[in-house]
Design a protein around this ligand. Structure first.
Ligand code: TXA
Ligand code: MG
Length: 312
């Protein structure tokens, strides 16, 4: 059920939960300082208690409610990338409830680039917002995805749909070099060139699991089996979904999608394809292997999500 900013703010101030659009994916917003409301978020998603949430803010001053450690690095990064699809992991202030951070001494924060959600957070103050999907399923990128997971009466804030379609980059800024814990639209190269700071990317970081609690759990998985293919298949099965980027395959009877090198569009559509495949009762989703990632592109984030979706 689509609701206005005013209605959404009332629900959150009353300790309720509202799905909110961001430029990446939909989030499930609750008052970050209301322990009961945050607990409700974990219960609603079926999320393990040790997988911490991202706190979303609308103004830089709100960062002071979450941390006492605003240094030059924090300033450089936030100035360059906020509002936008970059989450920073910083030392947490003791007033941030432990339930938000799964007991960690750090907190993840981002300022989303979405006018209605920023207006909402201006009224409510910081909100926790994990992706608005049942734990383990693909993130929601359309209101219909939220309703599919949580029912048609579930409140969804009005506003344009996510334009990116893949979750934010998660960057631990307490380490040197900085560590990307989850790749996203903001790449290591973009951070290095904007700030002059060194960044270690997730692929090279062997201690990723230890630092990013979420990476222990399965993610982004549709019910259909996701398989990465190297070549175009000889025959296509009508009960499968096919996603290509280099070949222009005939659409035939199968669900065949051609992206012809448009990886931004593929990122935008990926979770919708996952969800549509399940909706159509497809048992398999075949995805052409992506090329090696180029600088400043969404490819490494896409690869990360597709590999996780295809892993057992
Ligand atoms: O784009 C996004 O980030 C979306 C939208 C709604 O903003 N949110 C999102 O939240 O993807 P979620 O909860 O689905 O993923 C948050 C990730 C998880 O992998 C979690 O483990 C990690 O961020 N995370 C949260 N707090 C952390 C912390 N203190 N240290 C390390 N990783 C943290
Ligand atoms: Mg998620």
């Amino acid at each position: 059920m689509i609701v206005s900013v005013q209605k959404a703010a009332d629900i959150i101030k009353d300790g309720g939960i509202v799905a909110i659009p961001t430029e990446t994916v939909y989030g499930l917003a609750a008052d970050a300082f209301n322990v009961e409301a945050v607990k409700k978020t974990f219960d609603t998603k079926g999320r393990p208690a040790d997988n911490p949430l991202i706190v979303h803010i609308s103004r830089l001053e709100q960062l002071e409610l979450l941390t006492d450690h605003i240094d030059q690095t924090t300033e450089k990064i936030t100035k360059s990338f906020w509002p936008g699809p970059l989450t920073i992991v910083i030392h947490k202030k003791s007033s941030v409830p432990d339930i938000v951070t799964g007991g960690l001494d750090s907190v993840a924060v981002r300022m989303p680039n979405h006018p209605d959600t920023l207006e909402l957070i201006n009224q409510t103050g910081p909100v926790t917002a994990p992706s608005a999907n049942r734990s383990g399923s693909p993130s929601a990128t359309r209101p219909a995805h939220v309703e599919n997971d949580f029912g048609s009466e579930f409140p969804v804030l009005e506003g344009v749909y996510p334009s990116l379609g893949i979750e934010s980059t998660v960057l631990d800024i307490r380490t040197e070099p900085l560590t990307i814990l989850r790749p996203g639209a903001v790449t290591a190269e973009m951070i290095e060139s904007a700030t002059g700071l060194k960044v270690k990317s997730a692929e090279k970081s062997s201690d990723m699991k230890r630092h990013s609690p979420g990476s222990r759990y399965t993610h982004y998985k549709p019910a259909a089996r996701v398989e990465i293919i190297l070549d175009k298949p000889d025959k296509m099965d009508r009960n499968s979904t096919y996603i290509f980027h280099s070949n222009n395959m005939p659409r035939s009877q199968a669900s065949v999608y051609n992206y012809l090198g448009n990886f931004d569009k593929l990122a935008h559509d990926l979770y919708d394809h996952f969800r549509q495949a399940d909706h159509s009762g497809h048992s398999q989703i075949f995805i052409e292997k992506l090329p090696d990632s180029q600088k400043s592109s969404i490819i490494s984030a896409l690869k990360d999500r597709i590999e996780r979706a295809s892993s057992d």
